[in-house]
Design a protein around this ligand. Sequence first.
Ligand SMILES: NC(=O)c1ccc[n+]([C@@H]2O[C@H](COP(=O)([O-])OP(=O)(O)OC[C@H]3O[C@@H](n4cnc5c(N)ncnc54)[C@H](OP(=O)(O)O)[C@@H]3O)[C@@H](O)[C@H]2O)c1
Length: 264
Amino acid sequence: MVAHLDRYKTFRCFWNVERVEIMDLEGKNALVTGGSRGIGRAIALALGRKGSNVAVNYHRRAAAAGEVVELLREMGVKAIAVQADVSDYDQVQRMVQEVVSGLGGLQILVNNAGIVGSHTALAEIPVAEWRQLIDVNLSGTFFCCQIAAAALKRNGGKIVNISSIAGKMGGTIGSHYAASKAGVIGLTFALARELAPRVTVNAIAPGPVDTDFISTEVKERLSRSTPFGRIATPEEIAHATIFLLENDYISGEVIDVNAGRYMD
Ligand SMILES: NC(=O)c1ccc[n+]([C@@H]2O[C@H](COP(=O)([O-])OP(=O)(O)OC[C@H]3O[C@@H](n4cnc5c(N)ncnc54)[C@H](OP(=O)(O)O)[C@@H]3O)[C@@H](O)[C@H]2O)c1
């Protein structure tokens, strides 16, 4: 009984003296690549609900990005749509300039834009498709980090890179996709060290998520092979992203959001 009370006091003492460091996202400026649809859209809206101003990057679907911007403005935050192909260095440079001047600085970068190929078997992947996936998924993430780094370092910043379970265990949608997403994890580790302590750099490795990215047939098959009997919602990935953005002491981490898929 006495030992139990001692533990209780220790806990109270710990509770009273410790400060819980959580970055207040309200008023912070964020760029979400591929924010027009799917996971990026959910992340942009989750940031808006936290009071962040959001630049919504898109590649081709201006109307979808415009709709996200409208929803964000209805929440009372600043929001702009910025077109850029993240695989093009010059376009990324222009995009970051537009965001920094449009929002008045940049503290948060979420590298979410990504594509999948149309071939999966090693022997069938065309060289052009290999290059395209590496260009968008990996080089695009690198370009955004490199170009935004100066702005992020200015007042302290956060980067979250959206990788994939495929980057950790191969997956089933092609070696080019898996390699691009494994590259994103390596980039995350290297930048976490290089940009410390001004910028935290983390990644998320989602299992299958209910977006346009995968076909209905694949979604059904993957739901059946997932321990929870369903794939993730984009909001569940956004929730993990917000957690990483709010925390000031996690860096170089990859969070799996996959309903315990590794336990199979
Ligand atoms: N869905 C999944 O099962 C799953 C699982 C693990 C990881 N991920 C990763 O999560 C991220 C988002 O996937 P999602 O499922 O939300 O995909 P999605 O619904 O297909 O949306 C892709 C987004 O990326 C943008 N985009 C594509 N190519 C681009 C480029 N070259 N430059 C700039 N933006 C570009 C698209 O813009 P437009 O609207 O203009 O086309 C769109 O906003 C990707 O990195 C993907 O690899 C997805």
